[in-house]
Design a protein around this ligand. Structure first.
Ligand code: GAL
Length: 434
């Protein structure tokens, strides 16, 4: 059991206290699909589709309501509680939660560690206890906790470098330049106001009579990788995803450097899936999902499930990738074993690491993912000798299965090459020596 020792105090992982999040979360969230345009019927459509499309059977369980569900202007003047918007949720959030529970699923809600949410709705700073109690009473199982609406006296003294194009920090090669107020050498970000604001809500959630998954959404700020796992079950490591390949590649590159933080009981969160959204090509949808699955990211679907096409649905249902992701015996994600386009360990938002591998007990072998980060078609080759899980395992031939088609490629000697479209990814199960 891992405990973190800092400034003389022993911190325990949150998940060891609330018992949640041993494996990365699976579910659906309203934001990427609908933004603020949500209501009870859209949430219930998603929940029913998760059942009808067979996603629930594969483990997708959380149906999460994001920003914009409450009355915008005020809390209840007497109880100080948030008020579900009667136009969007005429029977309240509790009613939707109970219908979702009746489907055998769980339900999530959203708030922010500030005075307002990112869309300007009431948020929880100063109201942590009353909100945690309200969420518990509504039957909530998961809280996504954002970082908007923070008053200046609750903001951090120092700025942390998030090497991310959306956070406004200038950086090159993953190193920030020109930070206005850098932290002094050795600063412990657990002492930041951000960490403190997230702990206040964690403690409020732990105090109520319901077990609630705690999903930190501070966009990687205040070095959340250092305290995310003692505070939450998962923690966002970047600014927001958008439904376009450059942003997906940028986040994948960034997250690839945090893979040592991902293991049983705690996972960096590169944001919710955009599979099915925008103008992503079939190849890009596949590659996005494969990368998120092998990084053991929370896989939170973000598209309208009543409109999803068959190809994208098949991607979200890919049994091999979900088996890898939900491994009961192996906590670590896949790691890049070679960058490919770049030399190893290059920080490049356009060309992330292209060659990934990781062990899988459920697949009884090694999962290998190869990305073509280039603009044109190109070939990628998995060379057995280069793959840490296979190197020195005694043979130079292995049984290979194509993850996208399920096709058994037979006994493959030394290496396997795949021609890839731009931004596509090959995924292989490399099994027993043969
Ligand atoms: C952002 C968050 C998004 C979404 C949005 C709602 O800060 O990262 O995922 O929740 O706020 O306004």
């Amino acid at each position: 059991m891992a405990n973190y020792l800092s400034t003389g105090i022993v911190f325990t992982l949150l998940s060891q206290v609330n018992g949640l999040g041993r494996l990365p979360a699976l579910g659906w969230n309203s934001w990427n699909a609908f933004g603020c345009e949500i209501d009870a019927s859209k949430i219930m459509t998603a929940a029913n589709k998760v059942v009808d499309l067979g996603l629930k059977d594969l483990g997708y369980e959380y149906i999460n309501i994001d920003d914009c569900y409450s009355v915008k202007t005020n809390r209840d003047p007497t109880t100080q509680r948030m008020i579900p918007d009667p136009a969007k949720f005429p029977d309240g959030i509790a009613d939707v939660a109970s219908q979702i529970h009746d489907l055998g699923l769980k339900v999530g809600i959203y708030s922010s560690a500030g005075l307002t949410t990112c869309a300007g709705y009431p948020a929880s700073l100063g109201y942590e206890q009353v909100d945690a109690e309200t969420f518990a009473e509504w039957g909530i199982d998961y809280l996504k906790y954002d970082n908007c609406g923070v008053p200046s006296d609750q903001s951090d003294t120092y700025t942390y470098c998030v090497p991310d194009g959306t956070t406004g920090t200038s950086f090159s090669n993953g190193t920030c330049e020109d930070i206005a107020s850098p932290a002094p050498e050795g600063y412990d970000w657990r002492n930041s106001k951000t960490a403190e604001r997230y702990r206040t809500m964690r403690d409020a959630l732990l105090s109520v009579n319901r077990t609630i998954f705690y999903s930190i959404c501070d966009w990687g700020q205040a070095n959340v990788n250092a305290w995310g796992n003692e505070t939450g079950n998962s923690w966002r490591m970047s600014g927001d995803i958008t439904a376009d390949w450059p942003r997906i590649a940028e986040i994948a590159n960034e997250n690839s450097f945090y893979m040592n933080s991902a293991d049983f009981w705690g996972y960096p969160d590169p944001d919710m899936l955009e599979v099915g959204n925008g103008n992503l090509t079939a190849a890009e949808n596949r590659a996005h999902f494969a990368l998120w699955a092998v990084m053991k990211s929370p896989l939170i679907i973000g598209t309208a499930l009543d409109k999803i096409n068959d190809d994208n649905l098949a991607v979200l249902k890919n049994k091999y990738l979900l088996d890898f992701h939900q491994d009961p015996l192996v906590g670590r994600p896949a790691y890049p074993y070679k960058w490919g386009y770049n030399k190893d360990w290059t920080f490049d938002p356009v060309h992330p690491a292209e060659y990934w591998s990781g062990p899988s007990s459920k697949l009884d072998g090694t999962l290998v993912v190869m990305l073509n980060s280039e603009e044109g078609n190109s070939t990628r080759t998995a060379v057995w000798e280069e793959i840490p899980e296979l190197r020195g395992s005694g043979g130079d031939s292995f049984r290979v299965t194509d993850v996208w088609t399920g096709k058994d490629m037979g006994c493959v000697k030394q290496k396997h090459s795949v021609g890839l479209l731009s931004h596509d990814a090959a995924a292989l199960v490399v099994g027993k020596p043969c």
